[in-house]
Ligand binder design. Structure first.
Ligand code: EPZ
Length: 417
């Protein structure tokens, strides 16, 4: 298994170009199943989860070519309705093909995603909402067997809990339902906005009618579509934290600063100096890092996908901080590893209490999930000595060219086989 060797400390200096969003690309790729016209997608990040989704679409019969980073997707002949466990088990977003397959064929057999390090990842909210559209389903041997005997019928649906994936699945399914669907208590992450913009470009009829409420009027055909996926706001946030953690000075490009206003405000409170322009963010990390208390919440709150990263920064703060993880039930896997580097973090339920004034010591570490892995890289970058991070396949799921981007701004980091 591959590992990363990081020699610290380094003050990161220079320019980082942010890639396309993994979490916008995945639902948009799933949504292409709706169309029997060609779809041209640009700015998809070269990460493992995208490769897995592409393989999943191909296993369903999609024809996909890549021409100079542009993906050409043709689902004219796509006719399979079975998404297998071996593709869905490593990438929980595989459940997002359920909505489009039901919308297109009225029948689908999709593997349940299964849990992962950060939680059990249930899909009850997806299924409860789909059944309101007229879907009948049963769960057998780890698969969802779903069908819509009278096709999908539009109606009013209020999600019982805010869920990014369930919102995406239902938005996609409703675009081909008969009549009008009103979805309320929706997640409103920027990636969902990107999915909606893509579907509108594809000829679907969607409009936001209130903050968390969207109206979808069913259509039955789409048009040839060209679309460029939004920037990865979690990648951007990760590199902002990297600058703050290493007292670095970075220019982060290909971003829309207002999309990550919450994260920028938090970093300013902690003491980083940040200036923004139209498509870039300039950050200077300071020696004096202030403590804060924060909790993760659905957008526009502080994102759970940046919780592990900001925890590393708060280990270096001058006083105690508390982070409350309100989205996932087990998203503190990085704490044990950070404590092995000398951090003093204790866990009380869904709260992590971070003592601060940590002098990290280099160590051999174990990555456990995508965002925890990158938090270990951030800690290692700001630590004197050589750290080794094992199981970096987690990292490769969601960060495009991580080592290359970090090396370009002065990090001493290399991949070992
Ligand atoms: C998406 O996951 C993201 N993944 C996650 O990013 C992100 O952490 C999460 O949203 C929250 O922002 C993608 O977009 C591919 P949820 P998703 O449904 O859709 C519970 C990363 O690092 N829930 O909003 O699975 C669930 O267990 C990944 O890029 C149910 O109980 O998140 C969780 O506690 C990690 N029943 C909470 O809701 C359901 O049917 C939020 O989950 C669905 C979810």
């Amino acid at each position: 298994m591959q590992k990363l060797e990081v020699l610290g400390p380094n003050k990161l200096r220079g320019i980082i170009d942010v890639s396309g969003s993994k979490n916008a690309s995945l639902p948009i790729l799933a949504a292409t199943l709706l169309s029997n016209k060609k779809v041209y997608l640009k700015n998809l990040p070269k990460v493992k989860d995208i490769e897995t989704m592409i393989n999943l679409l191909k296993s369903l019969g999609s024809k996909i070519q890549i021409n100079k980073k542009k993906f050409i997707i043709n689902n004219y002949y796509q006719n399979k309705k079975f998404a297998s466990y071996n593709l869905v088990k490593t990438m929980r977003a595989g459940i997002l093909v359920l909505g489009p397959l039901l919308a297109k064929f009225g029948i689908a057999k999709v593997s349940l995603p299964g849990g992962c390090a950060i939680g059990s990842r249930p899909v009850d909210i997806h299924l409860e909402a789909l059944s309101k559209l007229g879907v009948k389903y049963e769960i057998k041997q780890g698969y969802v067997h779903a069908y819509a005997p009278r096709g999908l019928i539009g109606c009013k649906i209020k999600f019982s809990k805010i869920s990014v994936g369930a919102t995406e699945n239902l938005i996609i399914a409703s675009t081909f339902a008969k009549g009008t669907t009103i979805l309320s208590n929706c997640a409103i992450e920027p990636e969902i906005e990107d999915l909606v913009n893509f579907l509108i470009k594809m000829g679907c009829n969607l409009s936001w009618i209130a903050k968390r409420k969207i109206k979808i009027i069913g259509v039955n055909q789409t048009r040839e579509t060209n679309y460029s996926v939004m920037f990865d706001r979690i990648e951007a946030g990760t590199y902002l934290v990297a600058a703050a953690t290493t007292e670095g000075k970075l220019k982060i490009r290909n971003v829309i600063p207002k999309v990550i206003k919450t994260e920028i405000d938090v970093l300013k409170k902690i003491g980083a100096q940040i200036k923004t322009k139209k498509n870039e963010i300039n950050i200077i990390g300071k020696k004096n890092i202030k403590n804060i208390n924060l909790k993760t919440s659905p957008y526009p709150g502080f994102p759970t996908d940046l919780q592990a990263q900001i925890m590393v920064l708060l280990c270096k703060a001058n006083k105690k901080s508390i982070i409350k993880e309100d989205i996932f039930e087990n998203r503190f896997m990085h704490v044990a590893e950070l404590n092995r580097m000398g951090a003093k973090i204790s866990i009380d339920g869904n709260k992590a209490i971070i003592e601060g004034n940590t002098k990290f010591a280099a160590a051999e570490l174990m990555a456990t999930d995508l965002r925890a892995s990158v938090s270990l890289v951030l800690a290692a970058l700001s630590t004197k000595g050589k750290s080794i991070i094992n199981r970096i396949y987690h990292l490769d799921r969601g960060y495009e060219n991580l080592e290359k981007k970090l090396k370009k701004v002065g990090a001493k980091i290399k991949r070992l086989n």
